[in-house]
Design a protein around this ligand. Structure first.
Ligand SMILES: NC(=O)c1ccc[n+]([C@@H]2O[C@H](COP(=O)([O-])OP(=O)(O)OC[C@H]3O[C@@H](n4cnc5c(N)ncnc54)[C@H](O)[C@@H]3O)[C@@H](O)[C@H]2O)c1
Length: 450
């Protein structure tokens, strides 16, 4: 099939490359000319395991900034552009609207095509985008009878995006249109039925998953995405709330998480306590869900509490630092980790960056290291005043305290004894509890978990 993905960010590029790998002819379109230039020379614009290797394969995969160059041959068009938060918490729909307008303006009359929204959008937005595209197509006397629409929310995780794309738990296809459903099912069939040849550029699971395919209406599909993401965020906040109480009562949170996770109904995932959730999805999706509910005067106290607990984790960490250093004015803090989680270069909405800002607001100098995230952080956060440092040992030079803000396995293998010698005082705040079970590595430090 001929496929176009509009947006070549974390979702768009992984979807495009995986679809090309299973035999489709794919175009990736983006307004970011720099990204498209990189992709044309087969370089991944993001850090994602296996993506560079996949892009180097001789796939039928092309890139452009001009939708008109590829839209006329498309059987399926994915909208995979961003939906970040507006200051009031609502999802910013400017990018999906602009993608819909581009589609509506460039489609030729009578084009038989299925338009699929992969972006995470609030309830009703699929319908709104469909209306927009139909309006544009019919404005010049075009026939919209051959247009089909579906919602197909994406569940990949940054850091394991390709793994999740090739071996997903489920596909959710929200549409009342049988043709749209049949097109999407056929497009993803090798993945749904797990019949494709397993790629060697990612670590395959020991057993192929039994991928389920759920057909729903569009509204339910839109809600499944938000309800799933916010449930995971909530699970982390619950673990953090329990961890706070465990600290007061003398319980061991590592054991508590382990013990809870042994129950199949609970499962061990998303029960690790620490600095809390961040990134480009959980924060914006929880705020968007609250904002949707507010429009209907419907309170969601559980979701609100998850957000509040997540914010409180940052305050808890700052207070712990203050308990040791008394004041932050003039103090130098080494920050290990800037990405919102390991195995990605994504520093958007990272709790590590929030912590850096709060420490600096209180007068500290923050010197930050990250194994993957420095390049993006230097661009996105160039004006914040964080000192970025490529060498963890240099970052720790003269530090009054060191904070591990992202659980990069890399920080298990640094020379902690040497780092200790560079620091002014040996306070180590392990805000991700990365070394909780290996405290012998940091025996020269005064260790404090979260
Ligand atoms: N990142 C994730 O882990 C993840 C997972 C599941 C779902 N999602 C959802 O998928 C959507 C995309 O997320 P992302 O992380 O890939 O975003 P991203 O910011 O990484 O990428 C979005 C891309 O769209 C491009 N773009 C914006 N407007 C465009 C237009 N009119 N035409 C062409 N390109 C345009 C941008 O230049 C950018 O490259 C969001 O709604 C997000 O919530 C993200």
């Amino acid at each position: 099939m001929h496929v176009v993905t509009i947006g070549t960010g974390y979702v768009g590029i992984n979807t495009a490359a995986a679809l090309a790998y299973i035999g489709h002819s794919v175009w990736g379109v983006d307004v970011d000319a720099h990204k498209i230039e990189m992709l044309k020379s087969r370089k991944a614009p993001i850090s994602e395991a296996g993506l560079d290797a996949l892009l180097r394969l001789p796939l039928d995969l092309s890139f452009t900034t001009d939708l008109a160059e590829c839209i006329q041959s498309a059987d399926v068009i994915f909208i995979a552009v961003g939906t970040p938060s507006l200051p009031n918490g609502e999802a910013n729909l400017a990018y999906v609207m602009s993608a819909a307008e581009d589609i509506g303006r460039t489609l030729k009359p009578d084009h038989d095509v299925t338009v699929v929204v992969k972006s995470t959008v609030p309830v009703g937005v699929n319908e709104m985008l469909e209306r927009k595209i139909r309006m544009c197509v019919t404005a010049d006397g075009g026939n919209d009878a051959y247009l089909h629409f579906a919602s197909n929310p994406e569940f990949l995780r940054e850091g394991t995006a390709l793994l999740d794309t090739f071996y997903p738990d489920r596909f959710v296809i929200g549409t009342k249109d049988d043709i749209a459903y049949a097109m999407l099912y056929a497009l993803f069939e090798p993945i749904i039925r797990q019949t494709f040849e397993m790629p060697d550029f990612i670590d395959a699971p020991s057993k192929r998953p039994e991928t389920q395919c759920l057909r729903t209406d569009q509204i339910s599909a839109e809600m499944i995405k938000y309800a799933s993401n916010v449930f995971l965020a909530l699970k982390i906040s619950y673990a953090n709330e329990i961890a706070g109480l465990a600290e007061k009562l003398g319980g061991n949170m590592a054991d508590i998480s382990r013990g809870m996770g042994m129950d199949k109904r609970i499962a061990p995932y998303f029960l690790q306590s620490g600095l809390g959730w961040g990134g480009s999805c959980f924060p914006k999706d929880s705020l968007a869900l609250l904002s949707m509910a507010k429009d209907y005067d419907y309170e969601m106290p559980i979701v609100q509490a998850a957000v509040d607990v997540n914010e409180r984790q940052k305050t808890r960490l700052v207070h712990k630092v203050l308990e040791k250093l008394y004041t932050l004015a003039g103090k130098r803090i080494a920050l290990f980790g800037l990405t919102f989680k390991p195995k990605t270069d994504d520093v958007r909405n990272s709790p590590a960056v929030d912590i850096a800002c709060e420490l600096m607001r209180r007068g500290a100098v923050v010197v930050a290291h990250d194994p993957e995230g420095l390049a993006l952080a230097r661009v996105i956060y160039r004006d914040l005043g964080i000192v970025f440092c490529d060498d963890p040992e240099l970052a720790a030079q003269d530090a009054d305290a060191l904070i591990i803000a992202t659980e990069w396995p890399f920080y298990r293998s640094v020379d902690w004894a040497k780092i200790r010698t560079f620091m002014r005082t040996p306070f180590l705040f392990d805000a991700r509890n990365l070394l909780r079970d290996q405290k012998e590595l940091v025996s020269g430090f005064e260790y404090c978990g979260l």
